[in-house]
Design a protein around this ligand. Structure first.
Ligand SMILES: CC(C)(COP(=O)(O)OP(=O)(O)OC[C@H]1O[C@@H](n2cnc3c(N)ncnc32)[C@H](O)[C@@H]1OP(=O)(O)O)[C@@H](O)C(=O)NCCC(=O)NCCS
Length: 233
């Protein structure tokens, strides 16, 4: 393990042959074998799979990234389920130039220019909370994926995907939504992922298994109590 200029919480687990630089690794986070984490914020209870690279990115509480995935310049919310072999936040090369090398390759190979150009915050890929990315999905730089969305296996996401949409294919198109419009609106108001961990654990019966009106009402009641308490996660 090589950790340079980084803050590692005491309870995180860092496995073999990892490389961590200029990053913060949260409580109970796991960085698996051979993963590379550069200039990133790895939140509490986040798991980064084997052979992943996470560069200039952040992942919120409880999200996990499956093995052999690449993530660059991306902000991820909480409780996200990311499968394996994903490509997230990769940029396009300039195919209008005579040479399609990027600035960083011009610097690395030929010593020309400044190298990696910093990316503005608004150019980051943004992924909400409770999002599921199927295996081998490719999410390009700057796209926004809403809370609760599902991206099918092998899909190429070139455009923003609305909350709770299920999008598949190349290019990815919305084929349906996880729930009807009213239910989506209610869930987006509930925002269960922003509750503290104890509250989420107590609500497990309503959050797990197929959603129904009874569970939705129970979640709304908890959301009201939670808002009243004004507690942060
Ligand atoms: C997106 C997904 C969740 C949809 O599941 P579903 O609701 O059961 O969808 P259906 O099987 O009813 O498919 C609906 C349509 O979308 C198409 N479709 C589904 N997934 C697709 C995909 N990944 N790419 C392209 N088309 C897809 C189906 O062929 C079907 O098309 P049709 O209506 O023309 O027949 C699922 O197909 C998927 O891709 N899961 C990811 C699995 C995975 O990667 N797991 C790794 C572990 S996390």
């Amino acid at each position: 393990m090589e950790a340079v200029n980084s803050i590692l919480s005491e309870s995180c687990k860092i496995y073999q042959d990892t490389c961590i630089r200029n990053s913060r690794i949260g409580d109970g986070a796991v960085i698996s074998d051979r993963a590379v984490v550069l200039s990133s914020e790895i939140g509490d209870k986040v798991e980064i799979g084997r052979d992943c690279s996470v560069i200039h990115s952040s992942l919120g509480f409880g999200s996990y990234l499956g093995k052999s995935s690449m993530m660059k310049f991306t902000r991820v919310g909480k409780f996200c389920n990311f499968s394996w072999q994903l490509s997230i936040g990769g940029s396009n090369h300039n195919y209008r130039a005579a040479c399609m090398y990027t600035d960083s390759w011009w610097k690395k190979t030929l010593g020309v220019g400044e190298g990696l150009v910093p990316v503005e915050e608004e150019e980051y890929t943004q992924i909400g909370s409770d999002v599921w990315l199927g295996s081998k999905a490719n999410i390009v730089r700057g796209v926004k994926i809403g809370d609760g969305a599902v991206i099918g296996a092998n899909s190429l996401v070139l455009e923003d995907i609305p909350p709770y949409a299920i999008a598949v294919g190349t290019p990815a198109k919305v084929i349906k939504y996880r729930f009807d419009e009213q239910t989506v609106a209610r869930l987006l108001k509930i925002r269960w992922w922003d509750w503290d961990v104890e509250t989420i654990r107590d609500a497990a019966d309503s959050l797990r298994g197929d959603l129904n009106e009874e569970k939705l009402r129970a979640l709304e009641e908890i959301a009201e109590i939670f808002a009243g308490r004004g507690r942060n996660p």
